[in-house]
Design a protein around this ligand. Structure first.
Ligand code: BG6
Ligand code: MG
Length: 213
């Protein structure tokens, strides 16, 4: 029997690899503004919400932007992103993702999704896994993005589970920080040298189980 009562998953980079689509959309937007953008910089944006990511990109621009201009640029990036995700399907599920969700379900635990992406509902729909979650946080209702704990705490509250009884699953440094700040156990997906705050790090959800933690 697991010592947890709920597992709360991040979406991008954990269940599906949308990071590449975010990369392509940000690169197109950044270059339209004369800002160099590469894979290394994209790493800094993992788990960071749309406006926060835009601010990080525009910090390397020579000019200043008004709040209105920033909103227009964020919308433009989102249009590029939505074009890219429109063709997603269950083929875009990362290895082990469905198995992990089924393992948690079979163990009788609650399942939540805590993604700061305002496209999370669309992506879940395209992947065909919306009904595998008991609760999906609507990112539009979140005031403070990761690494703030707000989104994981909201998921726990809505699932009716205390934070200390939750296992959070994340691929981003900011996301792991959010889980730890919420007082949860953090399972990192990636590399232990990168996700230093995680309690346990595995390479992918292929290695997910509930017995080891
Ligand atoms: C996170 C991604 O899940 O969602 C970030 O890791 C992204 O890269 C963020 O910026 C916000 O996504 P969206 O779809 O609301 O622009
Ligand atoms: Mg992520």
């Amino acid at each position: 029997m697991s010592r947890f009562k709920a597992v709360i998953f991040d979406l991008d980079g954990v269940i599906t690899d949308t990071a590449h689509y975010h990369y392509l959309a940000w690169k197109r937007l950044a270059e339209s503004q004369g800002v160099h953008f590469d894979h290394a910089f994209n790493e800094n944006l993992k788990g960071i919400d749309r406006m926060g990511s835009l601010d990080l990109i525009l910090a390397s621009s020579k000019r200043a932007y008004t709040a209105e201009e920033k909103l227009a640029l964020a919308d433009e990036k989102n249009r590029h992103y939505q074009e890219l995700i429109a063709t997603m399907s269950s083929a875009d599920l990362l290895p082990g993702a469905v198995r992990a969700l089924d393992v948690v379900r079979a163990a009788g635990l609650r399942i939540g999704l805590a993604s700061v992406s305002k496209n999370a509902f669309t992506v879940l729909g395209r992947l065909g896994i919306t009904d595998k979650f008991d609760y999906v946080v609507d990112a539009a209702t979140i005031a403070r993005g990761k690494p703030d704990p707000e989104i994981f705490l909201k998921a726990a509250r809505e699932l009716g589970v205390a934070a200390e009884d939750c296992l959070g699953v994340e691929d981003a440094v900011a996301g792991v920080a959010s889980i730890k700040a919420a007082g949860m156990f953090a399972l990192g997906i990636g590399h232990p040298f990168v996700l230093t705050q995680a309690d346990v790090v595995i390479t992918s959800l292929n290695d997910f189980n509930l017995e080891s933690y």
